[in-house]
Design a protein around this ligand. Sequence first.
Ligand code: KIV
Length: 270
Amino acid sequence: MSSHNTAHRLTLTDFARFYQSGEKIVMLTCYDASFAAIMDAAGVEMLLVGDSLGNVVQGEDSTLPVTLEQMAYHVAAVKRGSSRAMIVSDMPFGTSQLGPEDTFRNAAKLMAAGAQMVKLEGGTEMAKTVEFLVIRGIPVCGHIGLTPQSVHQLGGFRVQGKDESGAEKLSADAKSLAEAGASMIVLEAMPGALSSRITSEISVPAIGIGAGANVSGQVLVVYDMLDISTGKKPRFVKNYMTITGSVQAAIAAYVREVKAGIFPAAEHTY
Ligand code: KIV
């Protein structure tokens, strides 16, 4: 059965089914009710209220200034605009790093605002926190590779896991997060061979952004794929606006291409 026939708001059970059947999962970032309605109608299955809103909505040069209250505001708007897609909220910088209890308190505010899952950046060092949240009822999406909240530690927005030790670390990070109970893991900006390996090593969906095609699903920053964001786009972004001519058609084309395994192509892969 196609995922588009599902009337209720999608849940982890639906994503487990997509994953088991090998159906690609389609995620896009979303920050407001109008875009949420368009994405819902187009069949986007997961709306990620990303802290990338710091860059593309607030005009900051990183995600670091975004606050928990701002995230909750955008989550509530996305919830009001959608009825089918699962809503995932980023935990902004400083809200998931101080240990399990503090992270739970912050995540609870995002869940109360309408999120069904929180996403937090980091690998093995976050495993205890992930476990703490999951056993208390908060689904968690991990995020490894290029983690924008660590941009200053990483020395810029760079592809990760290019050498052997980096690749081994990311592989170990993914396994720790999955073992701790993460429901899915975003893999950002890494060689396609590495994301493919990680995808085969874990038993939860791996959602790629700049991680090649051999993963369980894809996510992009919506302003990038609509060519609204300013500045140089990363190699992994495909401009769907130019090839379709409307927001609705661009998002529908993205859904079709992810489902069919057409996006990302080799030219979008490291
Ligand atoms: O904040 C965001 O948009 C993200 C994606 C890049 C995955 O975390």
